[in-house]
Design a protein around this ligand. Structure first.
Ligand code: MN3
Length: 200
């Protein structure tokens, strides 16, 4: 059973002007599809074909780098698309809003901490908002295609928001201005999806 490329759920140009159509098309149809192809090749004929990605990541240090890098690449992008929407609003679910206030003081503080983690992740990687097992919300970042579900992650938890800060995610429109891309990201965040994952 091979994994499949998920649909975005919106057109490539739907996030304009914040994320441009060409970036979205290449990111989804080339980069994401590329990780998927290599991930499926890496697990073909092994027990991993029948496992959930989260179970693979929980013991990813047992497997080769192709599984870690391409499994992460496949999973992280599939998650990232869900956090993007052309119909963004900031009427947050009350429980989520309360948790953000509890752990960050305010939504603005959360955005600042998350943006800082995304801006300062050296080289390629991701920034994450996590829900830890005890319910605490924390911001982290990870290099390459690692994620907080992996056993090698210094801080583990369930991702409820993420941003891709690889240059392929923003360079066509924003060039070296990663912070501008991060600020634009907040205009297209799907807080309903964040709330849904928070409640899981
Ligand atoms: Mn990417």
């Amino acid at each position: 059973m091979a994994f499949k490329l998920p649909e975005l759920g919106f057109d490539y140009d739907a996030l304009e002007p914040y994320i441009d159509a060409q970036t979205m098309e290449i990111h989804h149809s080339k980069h994401h599809a590329g990780y998927l192809k290599k991930f499926n090749a890496a697990i073909e004929g092994t027990e991993l074909e029948e496992m959930k990605p989260s179970d693979i990541f929980a013991e990813v240090s047992k497997y080769n780098d192709a599984v870690r890098n391409n499994g992460g690449g496949f999973f992280n992008h599939a998650l990232f698309w869900k956090f993007l929407t052309p119909n963004a609003h900031e009427n947050l679910d009350k429980d989520l809003a309360d948790a953000i206030t509890k752990y960050f003081g305010s939504l603005e503080n959360l955005k600042e901490e998350f943006s800082n983690a995304a801006a300062t992740q050296f080289g390629s990687g991701w920034a994450w908002l996590l829900k830890k097992d005890d319910g605490e919300l924390v911001v982290t970042s990870s290099p390459n295609q690692d994620n907080p579900l992996m056993d090698i992650a210094p801080i583990k938890g369930t991702p409820i928001l993420c941003i891709d800060v690889w240059e392929h995610a923003y360079y066509l429109k924003y060039q070296n201005k990663r912070p501008d891309y991060i600020q634009a990201f907040w205009k297209v965040v799907n807080w309903d999806k964040v709330a849904e994952l928070y409640h899981k």
